[in-house]
Design a binder for this molecule. Structure first.
Ligand code: BDR
Ligand code: CA
Length: 317
């Protein structure tokens, strides 16, 4: 069993990742921690609670950071996820509440209670993980791995020519996470832009999953409309669910490794730069940093199968 904490800014593709984590037989979802990103942290927390209620579960939701660590807050991308984060479906408010512990404190407590067992799966800006390291730096030795949807090594960015949205939203936090002595796996645009989820898939999910399928299909229409309008694809990218997939089937992906720095200012702000070669560069930014992994290849068919199976399995009956 893979114990995970999912750090998230729901978000349409975040919902795909959350439902996949709930349903996958090899995942034990310990809790959701929320962050600003696609929407405000208030809205993200409401949305996380809504998804938990929709699934009929009792999973803790801990509210996290509301602004970036250092830089100013970017406007929320309502043209990607809708003003409510779910494609402007404007669902009723959830009945349940977040727990009293902050997201960072929840992460620290869970990691200390389960040393060596927890994968932190982060699919939003990385402020909660940076805050958890601030509270208790010793968690870096007790986390199994940090798997994050964010960044891009060799492909194009999606919010600048070199930057991915989650990393650009809080580059200082992201750099702190890359520098910590814990194993990080970057599941970024190098792979997520290779996998397209189409309307036919969501129609099947709506038909076979009476609990959350129709919601997932309805929200995805907005997301697919956005992506179809800016890219030459008939569908949306499988961003956040790819990080969940890595936890249970890492061999879906091919990886490289090296020390990683995040640019925190200037024209390249938000760029995730990996030093892959043992060359004594004159600049010392990378020295002393641990080698981290980044996914560069993906078996698209297997990834889509994993998502489809999780969303249509008997778990939802
Ligand atoms: C990432 O940014 C957000 O819009 C998505 O939820 C995903 O986590 C993709 O760049
Ligand atoms: Ca996200």
């Amino acid at each position: 069993m893979n114990k995970i904490i999912l750090d998230t800014d729901p978000g349409i593709d975040d919902a795909m990742a959350i439902f996949t984590a709930m349903a996958h037989p090899k995942i034990d979802l310990l809790g959701l921690t929320t962050t600003f990103g696609n929407v405000s942290v208030e809205q993200a927390t409401q949305n996380a609670l809504t998804l938990v209620e929709m699934a009929g579960l009792d999973i803790p939701v801990a509210k996290g950071v509301e602004t970036p660590w250092v830089k100013d807050l970017n406007p929320f991308p309502d043209f990607v996820h809708g003003a409510d984060g779910f494609g402007n479906l404007n669902l009723a408010a959830p009945k349940t509440q977040p727990i009293t512990a902050s997201a960072a404190q929840f992460i620290v407590d869970q990691v200390n209670a389960n040393p060596g067992e927890i994968s932190l799966v982060a699919v939003g800006p990385l402020g909660n993980l940076a805050a958890a390291l601030q509270i208790d730096p010793s968690i870096s030795a007790k986390v199994k791995q940090v798997v994050l949807m964010g960044g891009v090594i060799a492909a194009d960015g999606n919010v600048s020519p070199v930057a991915e949205a989650n990393i650009l939203s809080d580059p200082h936090a992201a750099d702190r996470v890359m520098a910590a002595p814990w194993p990080v796996v970057i599941v970024g645009l190098d792979v997520t832009h290779q996998v397209v989820l189409n309307n036919a898939l969501f129609a099947k999910i709506a038909k076979e999953n009476a609990k959350v399928g129709q919601f997932m299909a309805d929200a995805s229409k907005f997301y697919i409309k956005f992506y179809s309008s800016i890219r030459d694809i008939d569908g949306c990218y499988a961003h956040d669910v790819s990080a969940v997939a890595y936890v249970v089937e890492p061999d879906i992906f091919g990886t490289i490794e090296g020390e990683v720095c995040v640019a925190t200012e200037g024209v390249a702000i938000g760029q995730t730069i990996m030093s892959r070669f043992d060359i004594p560069y004159p600049l010392t930014f990378w020295s002393g940093r641990p080698k981290q992994k980044a996914c560069m290849q993906v078996d698209s068919k297997r990834l889509i199968e994993l998502f489809e199976t999780s969303m249509t399995s008997d778990y939802w009956k």
